[in-house]
Design a protein around this ligand. Structure first.
Ligand code: PFF
Length: 364
């Protein structure tokens, strides 16, 4: 790989990998998984999985990417050839690249929704904000036009960044976006702790109830740990190829994991105090927690509109930095085939995705 594709300085790799890890999985999925899996029991198993399984897997992915200096498919191929291993290992990279674009196709729908919520401010003077919120959510999710519009806007932004390349697109965007993300999550959790019920939240998150640990909770926590760290799909392996030669892998991975865990717990502290202080909200509300119930709580709080905008902006930034990494393994692999440039690849991907959405809408 040419040195023009290696990030300068250690921070870009950390921000890019942390950007990949921190996403809807932390801010949307983690709180509702905690809520519907017994609170602290889930958090405990999740943390064990992150450090006992996630850490070594992330180190391995980065080592493969950094050694191969190519897309995951070709890094795995190169290593298999050099060490006379079975060449079929490269198909692991193929599966990862395909899994990435499949995940992106639904990830971008929720991300688009978060994007639209930045502009969804409740009209003032509502008698029943709960009804308004449920109706808005239902209208939105049953309107293909709205879903396609917002999802397309989000996906086009993702394609633009990836199309601009590793340095000018991904590197520059994470350096710009990630500091905002960290500032926003701290701001929102401070706000929630102040206006909501922090005491119940801390008990709910950190007072382990061992009787709530069941095989289902363990499996869910493990799945969440893999998803949250973006491991097992080649995203981190693809970024490993752009890591500066001298950067230390162990220290870097520890920083990324700590940042990811910090944001997941901060998201819990941003959401649960509001839920606990509002009798009509349920911690077990599931996926609708973020889109249906939280805006109602913001509505009734001081400066709620402003914090609602910041909150959904935060989710959109987190989702964007993750979606870039979902598209990168596929793009890097296609680019190595030398037939197409990055820009053409992302345009093809976007058209394909649009056709897929249209087919889904008309035939299913
Ligand atoms: N880690 C991201 C999140 O928590 O939202 C999702 C993700 C990104 C999963 C990239 C897998 C991946 F390759």
């Amino acid at each position: 790989m040419s040195t023009s594709k290696i990030w300068q300085g250690n921070s870009t790799f950390i921000l890019a990998a942390a950007g990949s890890a921190v996403g809807l999985g932390n801010i949307w999925k983690f709180p509702y998984m905690v809520g519907s899996n017994g609170g602290s029991a889930f958090v405990l198993i999740y943390l064990i999985c992150i450090f006992a399984i996630g850490l070594p897997v992330m180190v391995s992915e980065i080592i493969i990417g950094k050694y191969g200096r190519k897309s995951p498919v070709n890094s795995l191929k190169k290593i298999s050839q050099e060490y006379e291993l079975n060449i079929n290992w490269k198909y692991l990279g193929v599966l990862g690249a395909l899994a990435g674009i499949l995940i992106l196709s639904y990830y971008s729908v929720f991300a688009g929704m978060a994007f639209s919520y930045i502009f969804n401010l409740f009209p003032s003077g509502l008698e029943n904000p709960s009804n308004y919120s449920s109706k808005y959510f239902l209208d939105f999710t049953s309107s293909p036009g709205k879903l396609i519009f917002w999802h397309s806007l989000f996906l086009i932004t993702t394609c633009l960044i990836v199309g601009l390349g590793v340095i000018k697109g991904i590197g520059k965007s994470v350096n710009f976006l990630m500091p905002f993300l960290f500032i926003f999550i701290i701001l929102i959790s401070l706000y929630s702790s102040y206006v909501g019920d922090l005491k119940s939240t801390l008990r709910f998150l950190f007072n382990p109830d061992f009787s709530a640990i069941t095989p289902d909770v363990v499996i869910s926590a493990m799945g969440q740990a893999f998803f949250s760290l973006s491991i097992g799909m080649g995203a981190i392996m693809a970024y490993g190829a752009y890591m500066p030669e001298k950067q230390l892998i162990g220290k870097t991975v520890l920083t990324i994991i700590l940042l990811d865990t910090f944001v997941a717990l901060a998201a819990g502290i941003a959401i649960f105090p509001i839920v606990f202080s509002n009798a009509s909200l349920e911690v077990t509300a599931g996926p609708g927690l973020l889109f249906e119930t939280l805006p109602v709580a913001f509505y009734s709080l001081p400066y709620g509109n402003l914090f609602s905008i910041i909150f959904f902006l935060l989710i959109s930034i987190a989702a964007l930095s993750s979606s870039i990494s979902l598209l990168e393994p596929f793009t890097a692999w296609m680019e190595e085939k030398k037939k197409y440039t990055r820009r053409i690849i992302v345009v093809y991907f976007r058209i394909l995705n649009l056709v897929f959405r249209a087919c889904q809408h008309f035939f299913f």
